[in-house]
Design a protein around this ligand. Structure first.
Ligand code: HEC
Ligand SMILES: [Cu+2]
Length: 318
């Protein structure tokens, strides 16, 4: 694992074990390419000169079938095994990149022309600056309010598209404190080049005091309760409702059977789709009457609503 690897000698200092390992993979591939490219280039030039049309080089020697077989299988086989090794290493890193650990600190990210909006679980909001604690896994749950953006954190060697109508993820565990760059890596209009800011990694204690001073006493989930009430969700999903609608408490993370017979994981994206694209996943055993709230609930409110639904204990019907 990356934790035991020293920092590679060149380039921007990596800010996580993943980033350090990423650098080794990158330098390893460069080195491997050089190891093949240089001898092959030298051999091409050497043989081109030695056997050019008018040269008197001895061309009589014939290579035996057996040596040809050995030669050909080794120049096909050795690079194949080496690149397979690169593939396995990169595949392992991809899985690591794509699998946020359970219990990571979740921060909501909304990209818009031309700024980054961040919201912490306690409701603290910030623009173009992201404060995170050191040594703790952080998971970014990201969406866009307009066009496609891409959040790029060079020191962490991670980047992910931020897409309207969908949630994408990034996660990392920063290994040292400091201020690092944060950028949009997808051309998104006039001020794309200015759509950046900073990632500020703080000690756990500094982060806690930053949270305390950043205002907003109301958590994301509590703010979501207000969105839930305002939009009349309880009219159907509440305990006193006469409408036959599913219980939302305990829904998050379970598998839902849809009316057309599919099994869908109830993650952020699923709940979002239920609210903004209800026809996509009608729940089996219920009348298909969940209204379409697309366009009426903002991205920021959707994030709060999802936090609220996640916070409900199993069986709760508020
Ligand atoms: C008119 C009644 C009604 C209202 C209002 C309503 N829902 Fe629904 N909702 C339903 C019904 C019925 C279903 C199940 C059938 C379906 O998917 O259409 C459902 C399904 C859902 C699901 C999927 C549940 C599951 O078990 O997979 C979620 C999440 C959801 N609603 C959230 C909301 C939220 C949030 C609001 C308020 C913004 C809301 N609903 C407003 C009737 C309603
Ligand atoms: Cu952008």
């Amino acid at each position: 694992m990356g934790a035991i690897l020293p920092t590679p000698p060149i380039g921007l200092t990596p800010l996580s074990a993943y980033a350090a390992e990423y650098d080794w993979l990158f330098f390893g591939m460069c080195l491997l390419s050089l190891c093949f490219m240089v001898p092959i280039a030298v051999a091409i030039v050497y043989f081109a000169v030695k056997y050019h049309k008018d040269s008197k080089a001895d061309r009589s020697e014939r290579i035996s079938r057996r040596s040809r077989l050995i030669l050909e299988s080794s120049w096909a086989g050795i690079p194949f095994l080496l690149t397979l090794g690169v593939f396995v290493w990169a595949g392992k890193m991809y899985v690591e990149w794509a699998t946020p650990p359970k219990g990571a600190l979740e921060i909501a990210v909304i990209g818009k022309q031309w700024m980054w909006k961040f919201q912490h679980p306690g409701g603290q909001r910030e623009i173009n600056t992201l404060h995170v604690p050191v040594g703790r896994p952080v998971k970014l749950v990201m969406t866009s309010q307009d066009v496609i953006h891409s959040l790029f954190l060079p020191a962490l060697r991670i980047k992910m598209d931020v897409i309207p109508g969908r949630y994408t993820h990034l996660w990392f565990t920063a290994t040292k404190t400091g201020t690092f760059r944060l950028e949009c890596a997808e051309y998104c209009g006039t001020d794309h080049s200015r759509m950046g800011g900073s990632l500020i990694v703080m000690t756990s204690a500094d982060y806690q005091s930053w949270l305390a001073h950043a205002g907003t006493a109301i958590s994301l989930a509590a703010a979501g309760a207000e969105v839930y009430r305002k939009n009349g969700c309880s009219g159907c999903h509440g305990a006193n409702s006469t409408v036959h609608a599913p219980t939302l408490g305990g829904l998050f993370g379970t598998m839902v059977r849809t009316a057309d017979g599919r099994e869908v994981l109830a993650d952020e994206g699923y709940i979002r789709d239920c609210i903004t694209l209800p026809d996509k996943n009608r729940v089996a055993g219920f009348p298909p009457i969940m209204p379409d709230f697309s366009g009426t609930i903002s991205e920021a409110d959707l994030i709060k609503l999802i936090a609220y639904i996640r916070s409900l204990p199993p069986g709760a019907r508020p």
